[in-house]
Write a protein that binds this ligand. Structure first.
Ligand code: MN
Length: 232
């Protein structure tokens, strides 16, 4: 195929213990999916239908990256999340069969320009500028479900400079991974290469240049990034 400009590189995520990579297609993210986090955001944690937003595939960055403090924010937040990697696509997927569509699991950080997100929320505007910016989706290597199964419980945590800020268990997800897959696939056709960030527990907070951020989900893996100075 002949392109008028060079096509962009395929965004991808490493696979643990493999030299093959996972080609990232879309990045779906679940809003408020832990009760204590819904409360800290000033919202009712009742079990309303989940809601979603997306980040661009090229916002995914690898474990170990240095991420420059982003522009246009003074309140740059971490959100540690269990990430689902879709290996088999489908529409109208049932909760009971949803796990069969999962290639594996990773640990991601939904980086957020909280000031822009909340200003948009309060104005009834899209969250886009607060959520879907460059390098906003650090993600660990994917652990294959063939190896680790389909974790429904396990500690999820994040520390900044060694101090734990987020500490919960993925069993506390309001909407489980199979329920999220079923929900998304009713509105959008899931395809291989899709990633789903499943929501963050309580304890979100600000990052500043120089911060060393580490997080993990027991049984899945860990992710680490460092926040660098603004690069523009
Ligand atoms: Mn999030």
């Amino acid at each position: 195929m002949k392109f008028v400009i060079d096509p962009p590189p395929q965004a991808s995520v490493a696979i643990r213990d493999s030299d093959a990579r996972f080609p990232a297609r879309r990045v779906y993210c679940v809003g408020r999916n832990y009760e204590a986090h819904a409360r800290e955001m000033g919202k009712d944690p009742s079990r309303e239908p989940p809601f979603m937003f997306q980040k661009p595939a090229d916002s995914v960055v690898a474990d170990g990256s240095v991420i420059a403090y982003p522009p246009q924010t003074a309140n740059f937040h971490h959100e540690i999340e269990l990430v689902v990697a879709i290996g088999r696509g489908g529409a109208d997927i049932g909760v009971e069969s949803a796990n069969a569509h999962v290639l594996g699991y990773a640990v991601g950080i939904d980086l957020t320009r909280r000031d822009l997100q909340l200003a948009a929320r309060d104005a009834g505007r899209p969250w886009e500028w607060g959520k879907a910016f460059d390098r906003s989706a650090p993600c660990s290597a994917i652990s294959l479900a063939d190896r680790i199964g389909h974790p429904a419980r396990g500690r999820i945590w994040l520390s900044v400079n060694g101090a734990v800020r987020q500490d919960a268990d993925i069993s506390q997800l309001i909407w489980s991974v199979p329920e999220i897959i079923a929900f998304v696939s009713r509105s959008m056709v899931l395809e291989p290469g899709d990633l789903i960030f499943t929501g963050t527990p309580a304890g979100v907070g600000p990052l500043v240049p120089g911060d060393v951020v580490e997080g993990g989900v027991d049984g899945v893996g860990t992710v680490g990034i460092r926040i660098g100075p603004p690069d523009r």
